[in-house]
Design a protein around this ligand. Structure first.
Ligand SMILES: [Ca+2]
Ligand SMILES: [Ca+2]
Ligand SMILES: [Ca+2]
Ligand SMILES: [Ca+2]
Length: 467
């Protein structure tokens, strides 16, 4: 029965939801199998065995290339412009060209080889497909254990938890003025354990007009880049498609109300950037989601400190790298799951075989491995002495799921929001900190942990007790 001191709420998880989660897990494993990477970044842009949208490529034309020259280049692959992507963040950073999403009757890899090295083109790459990084789900909402929130001095205690309970005891329970973006599936913003901490856009009331001019009409809680609409929680028969995003949100910021679960932050503001749909998400939409946050910080001066990225797949993408680099310029951390071991579900060494996006070599990226409640590295968790930064609770993590439910999931997907939560908690007590200072606080917090020694940069696990 329910034993946890923080939980007394709903315990039902329907089989329908579980079926959906299991199916998604299977898709993920198929998509992540047979990863191979070449060494140069140019070759990395043309991945083998990585999942991509079959008949699409992302083209970055050189600035000033004429319309005729563009058409001639695209004619080589019988390409048609599907979408011109010019985000407000790109414009702000002086990029007036943006990206061109091109549909071609050719296989994507064939089209890439035909366009590679063309004089008109800066780079061309696949429109990769990413999937979330939850390994599996517990069939029951078991006992409400929230070990990931415990510390050695809390009751109940678990020294391998994030120590959030100790930070709360010193009076830091987060702040609504700290904003994080959740780039994932959508989140059930109406979930009773989340609603109070979900962003409602004060700059764009629902009236059919893009009042704040950010290119998105009535983006009231964020945006659905997969469905290209303002409804980030699709509810009804599609609600379970937002389980994963909703779970991530609960770990960062479920409310402390005597019911259900509680997040690392009792108070925080979360924005939903939905880009993972039934079939995963694409590079094109990931770029738009990252840039949406960057632009929001620019446009409204919001205190956006991090995005949570519990997803992976594909190969190196210059387009995504550039977007995360723009976020870095605006002091937004990019907290990313290290990955769940590919097709066999046994954790891989990301130093040897890169996992994206967590392997992107940018100062604002924090790559996160998962640990169990007994301090072991989770069997599925990827690791890397130089490419993974820190470990955090990622096995048997209870949190919110769609339709007002709670579920237990495993994955580096679940470890990542503990770190994002830590970022927000630190930002709450240290307002005005740079991204570098916050990342340094996270890294310096790490408690040396045997299972992570030599397996990540910090050699330890998250400890927010001093935040
Ligand atoms: Ca509006
Ligand atoms: Ca808007
Ligand atoms: Ca939608
Ligand atoms: Ca609660």
């Amino acid at each position: 029965m329910i034993k946890n001191y923080l939980t007394a709420g709903k315990s039902a998880v329907t089989m329908a939801i579980l079926s959906a989660v299991v199916l998604t897990g299977c898709e993920k494993e198929t998509m992540l199998e047979d990863k191979e990477f070449a060494t140069s970044s140019e070759m990395q842009a043309v991945g083998k065995g990585q999942d991509m949208v079959p008949n699409e490529v992302l083209v970055k034309f050189k600035a000033g290339v004429s319309a005729d020259a563009r058409s001639a280049a695209l004619a080589r692959i019988s390409g048609k412009v599907k979408e011109r992507i010019l985000t407000k963040a790109m414009e702000r950073f002086g990029d007036r060209e943006g990206l061109t999403l091109v549909h071609t009757p050719m296989a994507a890899l064939e089209a890439l080889s035909k366009l590679k090295g063309a004089a008109e083109i800066e780079y061309v790459e696949p429109n990769y497909i990413y999937t979330h990084s939850a390994a599996s789900s517990d069939p029951y909402y078991t006992n409400g254990s929230l070990w990931g929130m415990y510390g050695d001095g809390t009751s109940p205690a678990n020294q391998y938890g994030s120590q959030a309970g100790e930070a709360w005891a010193t009076g830091n329970t987060g702040s609504k003025s700290v904003v994080v973006g959740i780039i994932d599936e959508g989140i059930q913003y109406s979930h009773p354990d989340l609603a109070a901490n979900v962003w409602t856009n004060p700059h764009d009331p629902v009236d059919g007009i893009d009042n704040d001019g950010n290119g998105y009409v009535d983006d009231v809680h964020g945006w659905d880049f997969d469905g290209n609409d303002n409804e980030v929680y699709d509810g009804g028969s599609r609600g379970s498609l937002d389980d994963h995003g909703t779970h991530v949100a609960g770990t960062i910021g479920a409310v402390n109300d005597g019911k259900g679960v509680v997040g690392v932050n009792w108070n925080v503001t979360m924005i939903s950037l939905k880009f993972l749909g039934r079939r995963g998400g694409t590079t094109a939409n990931a770029v738009k989601a990252v840039d949406y946050l960057t632009d929001l910080k620019n446009r409204h001066g919001m205190n956006i400190v991090a995005s949570n990225n519990s997803w992976g797949g594909g190969g190196f993408s210059q387009a995504l790298y550039d977007a995360v680099s723009r976020a870095n310029t605006k002091e937004i951390l990019f907290v990313a799951a290290a990955g769940n071991g590919g097709s066999d579900g046994v954790g891989d060494n990301n130093d040897a075989v890169a996992s994206y996006p967590s392997n992107m070599d940018l100062p604002n990226v924090i790559a996160v491995a998962a640990i169990t409640s007994s301090g072991a590295k989770s069997s599925f968790s990827n690791y890397g002495a130089t490419t993974v930064d820190i470990g955090a609770p990622g096995s048997a993590i209870n949190s919110t799921t769609a339709f007002n439910t709670y579920s237990s999931y495993n994955g580096t997907s679940m470890a990542t929001p503990h770190v994002t939560g830590g970022v927000a908690l630190y930002a709450a007590s240290h307002p005005g900190s740079t991204a570098a200072a916050i990342k340094n606080a996270i890294m310096s917090s790490a408690v040396p942990t045997a299972s992570l020694s030599g397996k990540c940069v910090s050699g330890g696990r998250l400890n927010v007790s001093g935040f």
